[in-house]
Write a new protein. Structure first.
Ligand code: ATP
Length: 290
C-alpha cells in the first residue's frame, strides 16, 4: 500500500471539570469526550525522499516540525528507521485553536496511516502509547467514541455510546488562548463544578434531555465573562431549539445538541445568518471506535 486517505474526526466535550492544579502547573481534569462527524482529511502518500512534506489549505498553519502531523510522522520514522518519506495533503475543516482537538486528531490519523502504509504492525494500544508523547488528547483521538478522560486527559475509560443526535457547531471570530483560560481559572469553594458522574449516568441511560441538563464546562467561568459572544451563541442555539448548548474545551467553539434533524437544520441556517459565528457546521455524534 502506497497511499491512504483518512478522516481525522473532531471532538466535543459534553463535560469538562478541572479537579485541581498540580504543582508542575498541569491541571487534573475529568472530561467527557465525544467524537463528532466533522473532520479534516489527510491524504498520505509514500515517497522516495526521506522527508515529510505537508501541504494544507490553511496558509497560516505551519507545515514544518511545528505541525502535529509532522511530529507524529517523525516519531514513527525515527523509531522504525524508515528510509522512505511521506507527503501529506491536509485539508482542514475543523476550526483551529478552538477546543475541538483539531491538531491532535490530525496527529492521531497520521500515526494510524503511517502504521498502515509502512506495515509497522502496531496495535491500537501501541499507537496510543506513542500518541501521548505528542499531546494529551492524541490517545483519545486514536480511540474515538464516548470516553471519560482523567489525569491530564490521557487516562481514558471507554463509556457506552452517546445517543446519536444532530450537533450544531459555531466558532466565533475571536481567538481564545488555552493558556489564558487555565491561568485565569479560579478553583475555590465557590467554583461550580459540573457533575461528571451524573452525566455519565445520563449517557448510560441514553437520555438526551438529561445529558443536556447536566452538561457543564468549568472553563466557561473564565471565557464567558471575557468573551460574551460565547454566551450569545449558546442563547441563540437554545432559542432555535437546541436541547443543550455549551462551549467545547477551552473554547471558543460552542456546540448545540438537537433531538430532531429539521430543527437542527433550521438552527444551522439561523446561526449562519446571525453573523455571530465565523465557522458554522451541522454534523452529528459519531460512535464507531477505531
Ligand atoms: P484542543 O481542543 O486539544 O485544545 P485546539 O482546538 O485548541 O485543541 P488545535 O486546533 O489543535 O487547537 O491547534 C492549536 C495550535 O496548534 C494552532 O495554533 C496551530 O498553529 C498548531 N497546530 C499544529 N499542527 C496543527 C494541525 N495539524 N492542525 C491544527 N493546528 C495545528
Amino acid at each position: 500500500m502506497d497511499d491512504i486517505s483518512l478522516k481525522a474526526l473532531a471532538k466535543i466535550n459534553l463535560g469538562l471539570d478541572v479537579v485541581r492544579r498540580r504543582e508542575d502547573g498541569y491541571h487534573e481534569v475529568r472530561m467527557i469526550m465525544q467524537t463528532i462527524h466533522l473532520y479534516d482529511r489527510l491524504d498520505i502518500t509514500k515517497t522516495k525522499e526521506k522527508d515529510i512534506k505537508i501541504q494544507t489549505n490553511l496558509s497560516f498553519l505551519p507545515v514544518n516540525e511545528n505541525n502535529l502531523v509532522y511530529k507524529a510522522g517523525r516519531l514513527l520514522m525515527d523509531e522504525f528507521g524508515i528510509t522512505d518519506g511521506v507527503s501529506v495533503k491536509l485539508d482542514k475543516r475543523i476550526p483551529v485553536a478552538a477546543g475541538m482537538a483539531g491538531g491532535s486528531t490530525d496527529a492521531a490519523a497520521m500515526l494510524f496511516g503511517m502504521n498502515r502504509i509502512f506495515g509497522l504492525g502496531l496495535s491500537k494500544k501501541q499507537l496510543m502509547e506513542r500518541g501521548v508523547k505528542i499531546g494529551a488528547d492524541v490517545p483519545y483521538c486514536i480511540m474515538r467514541g464516548t470516553a471519560l478522560a482523567e489525569g491530564i486527559g490521557e487516562e481514558l475509560s471507554a463509556l457506552p455510546p452517546m445517543v446519536k443526535c444532530p450537533v450544531l457547531i459555531a466558532k466565533p471570530q475571536i481567538s481564545v488562548s488555552t493558556k489564558f483560560v487555565y491561568q485565569n481559572l479560579k478553583l475555590d469553594d465557590d467554583t461550580i463544578h459540573p457533575d461528571i458522574d451524573r452525566l455519565i449516568g445520563d449517557i448510560k441511560a441514553k437520555n438526551l434531555h438529561s445529558i443536556a441538563e447536566h452538561m457543564g464546562n468549568v472553563l466557561e467561568t473564565v471565557t464567558i465573562p471575557n468573551y460574551p459572544v460565547i454566551d450569545e451563541i449558546k442563547k441563540h442555539m437554545t432559542a432555535q431549539g437546541a436541547v443543550g448548548a455549551m462551549m467545547s474545551g477551552s473554547g471558543p467553539t460552542v456546540f448545540g445538541l438537537f433531538d430532531d434533524e429539521d430543527t437542527a437544520r433550521a438552527a444551522y441556517k439561523a446561526m449562519r445568518s446571525s453573523g455571530l459565528a465565523k465557522q458554522v457546521y451541522l454534523t452529528s455524534v459519531y460512535n464507531n471506535r477505531r
